[in-house]
Ligand binder design. Structure first.
Ligand code: ATP
Length: 616
């Protein structure tokens, strides 16, 4: 079993080793864990039975030619019997062929089972992760999530295809080999039993040395990949260029590259030495058997034959691999259990945002929104929203303004239940959002977020994400409303223009207008617009403003606003500060209050408003 690129797959004696961290974090193997693993195997018990039978037959058959060698020598060659010689040779070939054919059958079913189990697990995991809340995705490292979905689940496949079957086939091979050896000559069999571990252990020691060099080379390789990932990305290169770090980055890369070369040479030589140790040691074993066999024949007049000695030598050669594999069981077992435990840990994570048991279906949607004494906290330590109360009537619009970090985005995330309130309630058409069918609730709400996300693909594909069956006319209408149609038509490939990785081939304003068009295609009852804080040029701003104005007219809207024009378009303004509503009303009334809003107006909106006017 090769795990995470470790040198475990070196085959013969040498073996696999646990890392410090793995030894410390050895999982507790409970009855529940074993039952749970077993539950994944259970649906495939018929195929497993075939594998089991196939392993038994092929292991037994694979040993048989070694036993036949004795007969070929004693009865055929030394006995000078041509018929017997031919018979045993043919028998040996037929047995080998059958053993190999059964081996193929076993591999097929084995791979089939492993692939189906990983198929089940991957789907189950993906489905589970999709139901996890935003909290999960913001607090877990994306790399960790991907590792569990890929390496850990692939590891499970390895365990099934390699570990389980190799244990079984090794035990069978060893048992048959030992029985056959004792049948031939017990003295030589005992010598053989002593020889195997004596020669397996030193090769394990040599393997360990090689393994530690490989580990070092891997760490170096990881370091190199990190440098490449960081500096060869679009944003990374931008940073390198803007800060003139080319030389520094090159030197860093050069050093790691240099270290890598010497480690690679060392690793390759260690591999060579390892093979030398292995082959020397494994050739000493047969010599000892020949010597002891010779002693028995010549000095002690034993009835052991040349054929018997040859059989014993051949069987001895067949024992190194299985013994070494079985010595590795502990490593494989601990790794397997750790892998299953890690995967189950994810499965056991609570789904925070669940559909209600008897969810209420939305009929006759109006699009009224009420916040009633809403409190919210991400973590125990800090209350982000405090006692928020407001009502937004169908067709009206509200602008939420406030200093950065005051909780504006958090507030809107509570409406489509990206998070649930800590206290109080958010109501949609008078029903607590937690009681409404989650899909229907989210269908009724459209959000244009600050951080516009476009998938790698064409503009059209990105638009269709909102409505798969949208017609050409609908797409064009939405894009016209979002003020992006002309831009798209000016591109060489029009709607088939590739947007690039995360939409990076488009400007911030273009991306935002595409995402407005995308929400328009969804045609939600309530529209939430989280205005980007990054300032756009006045032409882009005007284009976006022209795109949102009609939206606000048509439906219930909440606008997180940073620009005066957006604020003025709303029916009411709510001013948030430190998670509390500190002021509310119309623009002029708020200005007259001379409070937080006036401060924001003087520092932010007024200047932009002046720019807008200048542009108009
Ligand atoms: P901005 O105008 O800069 O976008 P905002 O008013 O929208 O700010 P929020 O994004 O709602 O502010 O953040 C409110 C507070 O909650 C901030 O102090 C922020 O650090 C914190 N916060 C936001 N998201 C999380 C999260 N996932 N986990 C923990 N704290 C968070």
């Amino acid at each position: 079993m090769t795990m995470r690129g470790g040198p475990g797959g070196m085959g013969g004696p040498g073996g696999r080793f646990l890392e410090e961290e793995e030894i410390q974090q050895t999982p507790k193997v409970t009855k529940e864990l074993l039952f749970r693993i077993f539950s994944y195997l259970k649906p495939y018990w018929k195929q497993m039975a075939i594998v089991l039978i196939a392993i038994i037959i092929s292991s037994a058959f694979s040993i048989y030619p070694s036993i036949l060698t004795g007969k070929i020598i004693d009865e055929g060659l030394i006995g000078r019997d041509m018929n017997k010689l031919i018979f045993y040779i043919v028998l040996s070939l037929v047995v080998t062929l059958i053993s190999n054919l059964i081996g193929v059958l076993e591999s097929y079913f084995n791979t089939w089972i492993a692939q189906h189990i990983t198929f089940d697990m991957r789907n189950q995991m993906y489905n589970h992760l999709q139901q996890m809340s935003q909290r999960f995705f913001t607090s877990n490292n994306q790399g960790d999530i991907i590792t569990r979905m890929t390496s850990d689940i692939d590891g499970v496949q390895m365990i099934i295809t390699n570990t389980f079957t190799s244990i079984l086939s090794n035990v069978i091979t060893l048992t048959i080999a030992l029985v056959a050896m004792f049948q031939k000559n017990w003295v030589l069999a005992v010598v053989g039993i002593i020889i195997v571990p004596l020669f397996t252990l030193p090769t394990r020691k040599a393997g360990k040395t090689r393994w530690s060099i490989t580990k070092e080379a891997q760490a170096c390789n990881d370091e190199m990949n990190t440098i490449l990932n960081e500096t060869m990305s679009v944003s990374g290169q931008l940073l390198v260029k803007l800060f003139g770090r080319e030389d520094k980055e090159y030197n860093k890369y050069y050093e790691v590259n240099e270290k890598m070369i010497s480690l690679n040479i060392k690793e390759s030589m260690a591999g060579r030495w390892f093979r030398v140790v292995m082959s020397t040691i494994s050739s000493v074993g047969p010599m000892i058997l020949y010597f002891v066999g010779g002693l028995l024949m010549m000095k002690y007049n034993s009835d052991v034959t040349v054929g018997d000695i040859t059989v014993l030598v051949s069987l001895l050669g067949r024992m190194y691999g299985p013994v070494n594999s079985l010595l590795n069981i502990q490593v494989d077992w601990i790794r397997s259990m750790a892998m299953f435990t890690r995967i189950f840990e994810y499965f056991d994570m609570d789904i925070e945002i669940k559909n209600a048991e008897n969810p209420i279906k939305l009929t006759n949607i109006q699009g009224n929104i009420d916040f009633e004494n809403v409190f919210f906290q991400y973590n125990e330590d800090r209350m982000i929203l405090k006692d928020i109360n407001f009502s937004l009537k169908s067709g009206n619009s509200i602008a939420i303004v406030g200093p950065s970090g005051s909780g504006k985005s958090t507030l809107i995330n509570l409406i489509p239940r990206l998070y649930d309130v800590t206290k109080g309630s958010v109501k949609f058409d008078g029903i607590d959002v937690r009681d409404i069918d989650l899909k229907e609730l989210r269908d009724a709400i459209g959000i244009v977020s600050q951080d516009t996300y476009l998938f790698n693909g064409t503009i059209k594909e990105n638009l269709l994400y909102a409505k798969e069956d949208a017609s050409e006319e609908e797409i064009i209408e939405a894009c016209k409303k979002a003020n992006i149609h002309d831009f798209i038509m000016n591109q060489e490939k029009g709607y088939d223009t590739e947007v690039g990785n995360r939409g990076l081939k488009l400007s911030g304003g273009e991306k935002q207008r595409i995402s407005i068009a995308r929400v328009l295609l969804k045609d939600p009852w309530v529209m939430i617009f989280d205005e980007a804080t990054a300032s756009l040029d006045s032409i882009s701003e005007k284009a976006i403003q022209d795109a949102i104005d009609p939206l606000i007219e048509e439906r219930t809207s909440i606008l997180i606003a940073h620009r005066l024009s957006t604020i003025l378009a709303a029916d009411e303004i709510i001013v948030l500060k430190d998670g509390e509503i500190v002021e509310r009303g119309k623009h002029q009334d708020l200005i007259n209050k001379n409070g937080v809003y006036t401060d924001l107006y003087n520092t932010q909106f007024k200047i932009e408003g002046m720019n807008d006017n200048a542009c108009d």
